[in-house]
Design a protein around this ligand. Structure first.
Ligand code: NAD
Length: 416
């Protein structure tokens, strides 16, 4: 569906810009990514064959700071998707007030079909091809779908070798011994639950005993479920790609986390009182809080009317479609949008970069305290803005961030 994803991003931008009465000139700037680069990457495979993979990097905006955003290795990676994800990063960084613009990159490849050596060669060739536009003060990539800390380690090494510099700050999400930050793995799920906590405080509800369901039990979902459990919530449902589990008395989340750590999936786990449910059933459980933390496009016009949760906190990127948003709003459901709720990951990436630039490393407690402070301040700003202008939290978050980027553009002026 070439062209469609960026068109959707533009539609949200246009809508928020109209309410904001944004200068049409600024809208024109924000509607076009600053820079895109498409590269062909020849890689010698283990059997001697040469394969060529297409790679992309997009810098949507650097008005508020260097571009920041992940590198995705997946078969559906294309320039349209990379552009859409890059602009999302612009808004996400602006909404939490960290000094970055938005970027994203990727390679069209199925990483599961490559050996480790082939993946390392592909990563290093990609760094070579985009090296002129990235750097600790220009554009700082990070892991995304299909990439991980190991890939970021190769990335950092390739950039440092190619530029003959010591540059851990060129990329975040690195392994801890080579400049990664403590707390990064848990940061997104932790940030999701800071958002949940702040929301409950504002609606006058206690987390103690509140029923909750979490879709996705990976990096974001499992940490969110564990913190929800620690906060005293009754996590009655969780799911992953293999299906879901439901226990009306509350699932034993620490046991489930241990099981998933060992087996990679929740399939096969059992406990007294738990039964199997589908992902579709999980979303429609009679719970007070729903945390979609798996995939985009899960809450749609087809199921929004059946959602019983009063509060939705978006761990995943784009789990709710625009059509579903309208149905949920009409039902009075309060949704903490992805660009706010899951910004804990990029916030901790920012901490990693700051530590790399200073060559001075923080304790995990320091990381978590700073993360909490940034996430709760961002939540307050979005909440207050949305209440003041009588908007949904999503529209409020978009308007606040578009405003911040547009102010930065105006203050810097148009060059020359
Ligand atoms: P992950 O790969 O660690 O986990 C994904 C989870 O979703 C797994 O449990 C998987 O089994 C499950 N899943 C996959 N397909 C599914 C399906 N069809 N139905 C139900 N569950 C399914 O990924 P993650 O890092 O936890 O990311 C989850 C979401 O959060 C994504 O949308 C991602 O873009 C977003 N996100 C992640 C981070 C981060 O720091 N990891 C930051 C911001 C946003």
């Amino acid at each position: 569906m070439a062209g469609s994803q960026y068109e959707q991003v533009l539609a949200r931008l246009r809508e928020a810009s109209e309410i904001l009465k944004l200068d049409p000139g600024i809208f024109k700037i924000l509607a076009e990514p600053e820079r895109t680069l498409e590269v062909a990457l020849p890689v010698q495979m283990d059997d001697g064959r040469i394969e060529v993979f297409m790679g992309y990097r997009c810098q949507h905006s650097t008005a508020r700071g260097p571009a920041k955003g992940g590198v995705r290795f997946a078969l559906d990676v294309c320039m349209d998707e990379v552009k859409a994800l890059a602009s999302w990063m612009t808004w996400k960084c602006a909404v939490v007030g960290i000094p970055y613009g938005g970027g994203k990159g990727g390679v069209c490849v199925d990483p599961t079909k490559l050996s480790k050596n082939e993946l390392a060669r592909l990563t290093k060739r990609y760094v070579y091809a985009i090296q002129s536009i990235i750097g600790p003060e220009k554009d700082i990539p990070a892991p995304d779908m299909g990439t991980n800390a190991e890939v970021m380690g190769w990335f950092y090494d390739a950039y440092s070798v190619l530029t003959n510099t010591f540059s851990p700050g060129v990329v975040t999400g690195k392994p801890i011994p080579i400049g990664g930050s403590l707390g990064r793995r848990e940061a997104t799920g932790r940030g999701v639950m800071v958002s949940a906590r702040e929301l409950l405080a504002r609606v006058g509800k206690s987390a103690e005993g509140m029923t909750c369901a979490v879709q996705g039990f990976g990096n974001v979902g499992s940490v969110a479920a564990e913190i929800a459990y620690q906060m005293g919530m009754k996590v009655v449902g969780v799911s992953d790609v293999t299906g879901g589990l439901y226990n009306p008395a509350g699932l034993n989340i620490p046991a489930l986390v241990r099981y998933a750590d060992e087996h990679r999936v929740i399939e096969g786990y059992s406990e007294p009182g738990a039964s199997k449910i589908s992902n579709a059933e999980l979303l429609e459980l009679d719970v007070e809080m729903l945390i979609p933390a798996a995939l985009q496009g899960q809450i749609t016009e087809a199921n929004a009317a059946n959602i019983k949760a009063k509060y939705i906190v978006e761990g995943a990127n784009g789990p709710t479609t625009a059509g579903a948003d309208k149905i949920l709003e009409a039902k009075g459901v309060i949704c903490v949008p992805d660009i706010l709720a899951n910004a804990g990951g990029v916030t901790c990436s920012y901490f990693e970069w700051v530590q790399n630039l200073q060559h001075f490393y923080w304790s995990e407690e320091e990381v978590n305290t700073r993360l909490d402070a940034i996430m709760s301040k961002a939540f307050k700003e979005v909440w207050d803005f949305a209440k003041e202008h009588n908007l949904s939290l999503r529209t409020g978050a978009y308007m606040l961030s578009i405003n911040r980027v547009s102010e930065a553009i105006k203050m810097r002026g148009i060059f020359p």
